[in-house]
Design a protein around this ligand. Structure first.
Ligand code: TGC
Ligand code: FAD
Length: 385
């Protein structure tokens, strides 16, 4: 596993222990079965409970609510190791931690925290996050899902699309407009009448992860399921800050898996009587992979320091998400070529990572949206509207 700039010296003993334990779990629990599940479009059995057992769900949520009380760099390291296995595994942990536990912890009532967080941390309850709609992805402020106050409950109508884990979720943290048009967060529970979660089939990407819709047809949501302490689009967008940060680390894991595979193959495979890694053209690829991985690692480490100090800005997070996902998808595509024909096979991870990263470069804000966020930050001019 590359550590070209001796970054380990900048990590604590605890960070290294966490990394070793998640790494060994991924190598024994994910890597041996992931190709089969991705090929067959099936989930890894008991994935959430296993993630809960290793402390990968809500690592930075305080222990009193079932979390591990770890820092942001620990969270990043966990994401990196999980995505070395597969982006679907990191996605499962991202959504549960940053998009479901985070809003309940930050904006929920004490009752909501006690009721949901410990089960979510243990993986005995699965959460999903509904922001995107069929007609509104990059522009969530135009969302159409709405609820009205019916005295003793809210009546919710609308639909969310492209929702990770919707078909298997027990609860969904969803964002909808109230009668004044303000965006609010609601916790919708499976079993509520009028709430359905159709599966989105035939994906070529994230095939070991379930994606689907959240459909609300006159759903009566109890008033105690409204997140009381947040109103406005900054609610869901603040959750995205946390998830995007985790993705910035996560995709380094996918890139490392591709780089290590290509390096090993290149040293073993001989053509023209010598290892292909001895050819300058192949060395250029390998050297550039390691350079880009190293730059991404350093970017994430400093971003983690800023996050720990509560100083990371959303625009800094956008820069890291955009840069690192592009870095990883480029490495996945290029490293596949080093394996020649073998690179298209399931025994090797490149095609799977490359296909997964097509989702990762789109979700949590597309590559172009993040560029425009940076552009707005440095020019002061909003290119969105
Ligand atoms: P804008 O007018 O700029 O902002 C509205 C309010 O929100 C505040 N804000 C933020 N707050 C916290 N964090 C951020 N990152 C924030 N960005 C903006 C802003 O200050 C303002 O607050 P206030 O108090 O003035 O009201 O909003 P806009 O409508 O112009 O949109 C801006 C834009 C385009 C950047 C934003 O909407 C955006 O990021 N769009 C991309 C949508 C997106 O990322 N969707 C992700 C859906 S979830 C997902 O993909 C999960 S994948 C899970 C997995 O499997 O891993
Ligand atoms: P659009 O917004 O329609 O964008 C289409 C294209 O137009 C993109 O290239 C985009 O960059 C470009 N574009 C849009 N606006 C501009 C602009 N102003 N300037 C220049 N170009 C622009 N969402 C959730 O809420 N919860 C989830 O759990 C979740 N999981 C997902 C899982 C998967 C596998 C996928 C694929 C998506 C998931 N999403 C989820 C949705 C994801 O966040 C959206 O797909 C993403 O935000 C983009 O929205 P869109 O697909 O509607 O594309």
């Amino acid at each position: 596993i590359p550590d070209y700039y001796n970054m380990d010296a900048l990590l604590s003993e605890e960070h290294l222990l966490i990394r070793a334990s998640v790494r060994s779990w991924v190598e024994s629990f994910v890597m041996p079965v992931i190709d089969e599940h991705a090929q067959n479009h099936t989930d890894i059995p008991n994935l959430m409970q296993e993630l809960g057992n290793i402390g990968a769900l809500g690592p930075y949520i305080p222990e009193e609510y079932g979390g591990a009380g770890l820092d942001q760099i620990s969270y990043g390291i966990i994401m990196q190791e999980l995505e070395r296995g597969d982006s679907a595994v990191r996605s499962a942990a991202s959504v549960q931690s940053s998009l479901v536990m985070f809003p309940i912890f930050e904006y929920g009532s004490e009752e909501q925290k006690k009721k949901f967080l410990p089960q979510l941390a243990a993986g005995t309850m699965i959460g999903s996050f509904g922001l995107t709609e069929p007609n509104h992805g990059s522009d969530p402020s135009s969302m159409e899902t709405y609820f009205v106050d019916k005295g003793d409950h809210y009546l919710l109508n609308g639909a969310k699309m492209w929702i990770t884990n919707s078909p298997v979720c027990d609860i969904a943290v969803i964002w909808a407009k109230d009668e004044e048009g303000k965006v609010r967060g609601l916790i919708v529970e499976r079993g509520m009448e009028g709430f359905t979660t159709p599966t989105t089939n035939n994906k070529w990407s994230l095939r070991a992860s379930k994606t689907g819709e959240l459909v609300f047809s006159d759903v009566k949501v109890p008033k105690e399921n409204l997140l009381p302490n947040i109103s406005g689009l900054k609610g869901p967008l603040s959750c995205l800050n946390s998830a995007r940060y985790g993705i910035s680390w996560g995709v380094i894991g996918a890139a490392i898996d591709c780089y290590c595979t290509a390096l090993q193959y290149g040293k073993e495979r001989k053509q023209f009587g010598r290892p292909i890694a001895g050819f300058q053209l192949q060395q250029k690829k390998l050297a550039e992979f390691l350079t880009e991985i190293t730059k991404a690692q350093l970017l994430c480490l400093q971003l983690g320091n800023l996050k720990n100090a509560h100083k990371a800005t959303p625009a800094q997070i956008s820069m890291a998400k955009r840069n690192n996902v592009k870095m990883a998808i480029d490495i996945a595509r290029e490293s596949r070529q080093i394996l020649g024909g073998m690179g298209i096979m399931g025994e090797f991870p490149m095609m799977r990572h490359a296909a997964n990263l097509e989702s990762v470069i789109t979700y949590e804000g597309t590559h172009d949206v993040h560029l425009l966020i940076t552009g707005m930050d440095i020019t002061g001019i909003n290119a969105f509207n």
